[in-house]
Write a protein of this length. Structure first.
Length: 654
């Protein structure tokens, strides 16, 4: 019986014939269970899943079991005995003057006798080598003897030794004289040795000191195993259904030679709880004199045991609620997870213009879970991913605000959706220098131009339609009136299409891409009821309105700044744009108004700011978005990320 070991026992192998040649195929092919007794963990039962028949044995696939520490390979009969008897001291009798290797199988001299050698490991006719064809699982008992006649002219020493092709001399017995003359000596020695596969053992006489001539009269050796090869019923293996007769000495019986004696662990003591909770041998354990435990150290040192029990069961996590490269967990799932925070505390909030319009940035200082535990979700904290997990994209949250430091009740606002959590906006090219609300006006400043370093191939003959016009200061708007004549402050007009006299923007060519438009109006000094809006007209037809929808009766009645954006409207050559402020109410107010026009394509290698791109909520940031198109390298619809050398830098999605 032998085992194939791979993370526990999965297969058992049993020969059909026992040592007496009895065939047990009828019983072996119907096995349901096999129980084996181990020295370290006791009896282990192996339910048989299926049976495969081979010419000389049956292979049993069994249910998976944990590995044990007392498994063995196949057990073979290594017994061999060899001897040579020389008939007195004759001419040709081997003489030891330097060294002499015993030829165990030889025709000269006669009387060589070989017993055993069923494995045919002793087969060299000239040098007497014993060649190992496998690695035995038991120690060898090696005995040897000789009778020698020694002739010396002074003190001398010789040895009868056994040497290994791997380990050199493994045992030797000396014979010597103290003076000149002739003597006859008997030599006898035995020892134990663990050889391995392909190792060769050599029996040799050798003179090691002095002047000696020794005649070998007889010599012999015996190799046996440290355990007998045959035994009767083996109580370590129980087979079901039971055999009706004894199954003896199979050459594949795994349990033969498995355990000679109970092995003890040199690190752990046996604890005796035979009388109460306190160990009876507690004092002996402390003093180090207690009986050693029989738990094999293999269980704590071999990877097959330590990995599933210790190393493989350890988990490491860099961040809570987030798998990170280098973590040790189950797959790529976080091994350390905490409860989702019940609410978050923010200490300030502000808009995120100009990067993202119509969004508010909240600075989360603390996360509080339902048990009242407080966490700081900073970027260098392991609780950062708690924030991301708690406030996922599109998650609905309710803001709870305190009206002022003098007002106790909290104010519950409406429910909002989370746009992004734990992320920041990262513009790549940014033209705007500042954006400030000053009363009812907006103070905006831009850099003069943006230059692409890798500008080779960028079309340079396209028209730059960037345009910004504003009212000159704050103008009064009376009841039931409109005005188009107050837009006199031109901040940007790259194409020169604005007519200051007629207050119109006229396209003289056909743009290669649609436009985006930003409209902003500041309202202050409201007197009475007003109903105001700002219209954008193309060829005198309204195409966009800021404020009340056309035909609506709901007025804007409070002071403040109102902004709106209109995307993707197309124009043709000859189209005229005009802008008007309308008040359909009887009241009056003061207003400052801005109109900003920006194309959705690059104009040239040098771009006059501000340049705003589509595909992003930001209207004045060139972000390198994958959706940004431009007239680059001769293709007006190519994405920036597809253009070599365009400076595209993919950001964290926001």
């Amino acid at each position: 019986m032998s085992f194939t070991i791979a993370k526990g026992v999965r297969y058992l192998k049993i020969a059909k014939l026992d040592a007496n040649g009895t065939d047990y195929s009828d019983s072996l092919q119907e096995l349901e269970k096999i129980r084996i007794k181990y020295s370290d963990i006791g009896v282990v039962e192996y339910p048989v899943v299926d049976i495969t028949e081979y010419p000389g044995y049956y292979l049993y696939r069994v249910n998976y079991t944990q590995p044990t520490s007392s498994l063995d390979n196949e057990f073979l009969d290594y017994y061999v005995s060899a001897s040579i008897l020389y008939d007195g001291i004759l001419v040709g009798t081997p003489k030891v003057t330097g060294s002499y290797v015993v030829p165990w199988i030889s025709i000269d001299p006669p009387f060589a006798q070989i017993d055993g050698n069923s494995l045919n490991y002793l087969k060299n006719t000239s040098t007497g080598l014993y060649n190992l064809g496998n690695t035995p699982n038991l120690k060898f008992d090696i005995s040897r003897s000789a009778n020698v006649t020694i002739v010396t002219t002074g003190s001398a020493t010789g040895v009868f030794e056994v040497s290994s092709s791997i380990n050199g001399i493994i045992d030797q017995f000396a014979f010597s004289t103290l003076g000149s003359g002739l003597s006859v000596q008997d030599i006898e020695s035995n020892f134990q040795y663990n050889p391995i596969n392909t190792e060769q053992l050599l029996f040799k006489f050798r003179v090691v000191a002095g002047n000696m001539t020794a005649s070998v009269n007889s010599v012999g050796f015996l190799i046996t195993q440290s355990r007998v090869t045959q035994s009767s019923t083996n109580d370590l293996v129980v087979i079901e259904p039971y055999f009706t007769s004894i199954f003896e000495g199979s050459d594949c019986d795994v349990t033969y030679g498995g355990v000679d004696e109970v092995l003890t662990n040199k690190y752990y003591f046996d604890v005796d709880y035979s009388n109460g909770l306190q160990p009876v041998n507690f004092g002996a354990i402390i003093s180090g004199t207690a009986e050693l435990a029989t738990v094999n150290q293999y269980n704590y040192s071999a990877r097959a045991s330590t990995y599933p029990r210790y190393d493989g069961s350890q988990l490491f996590q860099a961040n809570e609620n987030k798998w990170t490269i280098g973590d040790k967990s189950f797959g790529k799932t976080p091994s350390i997870q905490t409860k989702i925070p019940f609410f978050a505390y923010f200490d300030w909030a502000q808009n995120v213009r100009p990067e993202i319009q119509e969004k508010t940035h909240f600075h989360i200082k603390y996360l509080i879970d339902e048990d009242g535990n407080v966490y700081n979700p900073s970027l260098d904290s392991p609780y950062y991913w708690n924030l991301v997990k708690a406030l996922e994209d599109q998650e609905k949250v309710r803001l709870v605000l305190r009206g002022s430091e003098y007002v106790s009740p909290l104010i519950n606002t409406q429910v909002y959706k989370v746009h992004r959590s734990g992320k920041r906006v990262q513009p790549i090219i940014y033209s705007q220098l500042k954006y400030e609300d000053i009363g009812n006006t907006v103070d905006v400043d831009y850099t003069s131009s943006i230059t692409f370093v890798n500008s080779t191939g960028i079309i340079g003959n396209a028209t730059d339609y960037s345009f910004l016009v504003s009212t000159t200061g704050t103008i009064p708007i009376s009841g039931f009136s409109n005005t188009t004549s107050s837009f006199n402050t031109i901040s940007i007009d790259q194409a020169g299409y604005w007519n200051l006299g007629t207050k119109t923007y006229t396209f003289t060519d056909i743009p290669s891409a649609p436009f985006d438009l930003a409209v902003q109006m500041g309202v202050s000094g409201v007197s009475g009821i007003i109903s105001t809006k700002v219209n954008v007209r193309r060829n005198n037809i309204i195409i966009a309105t800021l404020g009340n929808a056309v035909g609506s009766s709901s007025p804007i009645i409070s002071a403040g700044i109102y902004t709106d954006f209109f995307e993707n409207f197309a124009v043709s050559a000859g189209d005229k744009l005009t802008f008007e402020i309308v008040n359909n109410g009887p009241g009056s107010f003061n207003s400052k108004c801005n109109f900003q026009l920006f194309p959705q394509t690059l104009s040239s290698a040098s771009i006059s700011a501000p340049y705003w791109t589509t595909g992003s909520l930001s209207k004045n940031v060139l972000t390198g978005s994958g959706q940004m198109t431009g007239s680059l390298y001769g293709n007006p619809y190519m994405l920036q990320q597809d253009i070599s050398g365009s400076g595209f830098d993919k950001m964290v999605n926001y």
